[in-house]
Write a protein that binds this ligand. Sequence first.
Ligand SMILES: Nc1nc2c(ncn2[C@@H]2O[C@H](COP(=O)(O)OP(=O)(O)OP(=O)(O)O)[C@@H](O)[C@H]2O)c(=O)[nH]1
Ligand SMILES: [Mg+2]
Length: 402
Amino acid sequence: MIGVDRGEGAALTELSELLRTAGVSAVGETVQRRDEPDPDRYFGKGKLEELKESITASGANLVACDDELAPRQERNLERELGVPVIDRTAVILDIFADHAHTAEGKLQVELAQLEYNLARMRGLWTHLERLGAGIGTRGPGESQIETDRRLARDRISSLRRKLKSVEKNRSVMRKRRQNASVPLIALAGYTNAGKSTLMKAVTGSDVGIGDRPFHTLDPTTRAFEYQGASYVMTDTVGFIEKLPHQLVEAFKATLEETALSDLILLVIDASSGDAGIRRELAASESVLDEIGAGDSPRLIVLNKTDRLSGEEVEDLRLGWPDACFVSALTGEGIEDLLEVVARTFEEQMEPVELLVPYGEGARLHELHEVAAAIERRDEATGVRVSARLPSTEVYRFVDLAV
Ligand SMILES: Nc1nc2c(ncn2[C@@H]2O[C@H](COP(=O)(O)OP(=O)(O)OP(=O)(O)O)[C@@H](O)[C@H]2O)c(=O)[nH]1
Ligand SMILES: [Mg+2]
């Protein structure tokens, strides 16, 4: 494993986790302290020599880089080192390809992989073009790559079209949920933080849980009730630092579930230490920004408290006074979390008493679209309705208030 320490102390533990998930075992790491990777070879000359020696000594047959490599860096490294070189993005794409189960997930991963490969082919192609211009010929390699690029582009357009139609289905379902005006809660956060475990603890539904990054790729939505009110919870793909933008792009539709939710539970592994918590939070915030959920209401959930001592939890509470502390595994704190969630939604809803005159079915319909906890009673002049309305919608019905 290779990486650059930009002064924050590069830890390749995450890369080794990713590699383990992809079925590769790491035998060593070489890190260089520098502001930016070398644009041509990633490392400087001396470090490259050191790397060569450690490859020979360890018998490694693959080099994995913690950053996304420019095609040129990748090519130069392979030439110098004599072993295949892959970057972080390729490793993550590989894991995604392995974990995608639904038709949509598979399409999304293939799209991301093609985009990634196309960029690489383009790099190779410009390189050959330069050579070609030098010796004044068009090499066969070049036309082959042109064909490959065209095929890749065709496939990309066809994948985009297919994804569009899947998306349409999804938005119909989402619309139906929104109309039912059941609050939608989305789980978001670092991969392996325990989102799916929390989903299971809250909804009782049997979702996939695994001690490896990116176990969940396909979104799951489950309903649950708390104190008589209904909610819907969605669990989706986890985040990571430097999440390949091709993936964010390809998973836009999936991630939209998160962006459109009424409340985001930002799940963080509380046992990853203060620096770890901050890192997970920063990585999650940056993905949320990228998917347009930067301003969505959210609640920080610090999970896995069972791994901490009572004292450690108290210390964390001081630093994170607004966070909810839970153990999705033991169920500790879940009740308090749901209480906070319920209160959050209550604050956004106002109780109303309305009288809808007979013959105004359209208004009743309108009401049903946005109101919750509707109770209706037929009276002499119309339907008497008690309900809770989102504060932002109350003005639409003031004329019916009693
Ligand atoms: N000790 C402890 N382990 C937990 C807790 N919650 C989750 N885990 C473990 O953490 C690992 C990851 O849990 P998941 O629920 O799959 O995590 P996730 O956030 O859904 O991860 P991805 O879907 O891969 O992004 C599993 O091994 C869980 O058993 C907890 O509260 N305490
Ligand atoms: Mg999961």
